[in-house]
Design a binder for this molecule. Sequence first.
Ligand code: DC
Length: 233
Amino acid sequence: MAQKRITIAIDGHSSTGKSTMAKALARRIGYAYVDTGAMYRAVTLFALRNKLIKGEQVDEKALREHLKRGDIAITFRPTKEGKSVTVLNGRNVERYIRSMRVSNVVSIIAAIGFVRKAMVKQQQAMGKDKGVVMDGRDIGTVVFPDAEMKVFATASAEVRAKRRYDELRAKGDTTTTLEEVLENVTERDRIDSTRKESPLRQADDAIVLDNSHMTLDEQNEWLYQLYLSRVRS
Ligand code: DC
């Protein structure tokens, strides 16, 4: 019997490994994966390149015009290695959207109502045929409130900070301290949860995944079992 295709929403705090787990699940079950954070990052890159952000100030009028005119086309393209890269106006921007320059201001762009509206519309179009795993902050609450499977990923701020710190070290950063990373994690939680537009919150019907003390394998299996229970019900 053919499995029914469902919509899977994975939301949660920053640095909980949402995209890693969402990607792994999508690959295992043959679903498309959509990284919605990458979309907000791509809009931010566009705004930076077009000098629409000065300090913390955004030229909202110009950004709105660009969005309205369709100047900011965001898509995802599969690579030969089986990965997916973010494409802005025909160019692979994966490397640039992960830079600190973008990370530092993306939460300002992601808090703008008309930007969110435009992204949500695209995300809904991408998932209209189901068979999609989407990760973000508002997928189970705003983008797909009817998703059959909703996960809210979290872990203690200390554990998340330690993971980020280890990643930075592995990339050769020897100056950032664990305390600084912890402060950044706590601050991002605060901004994400208190912003006016679609704040990060757990959907009433989301299942909490606290992976503070889970291995990657345990987490992947947990998600897969939840998926099986949803397609069988
Ligand atoms: O998951 P990430 O760190 O790549 O997300 C980048 C930013 O976008 C972060 O500030 C949270 C925001 N975001 C959001 O507001 N809504 C989403 N659906 C996804 C990300």
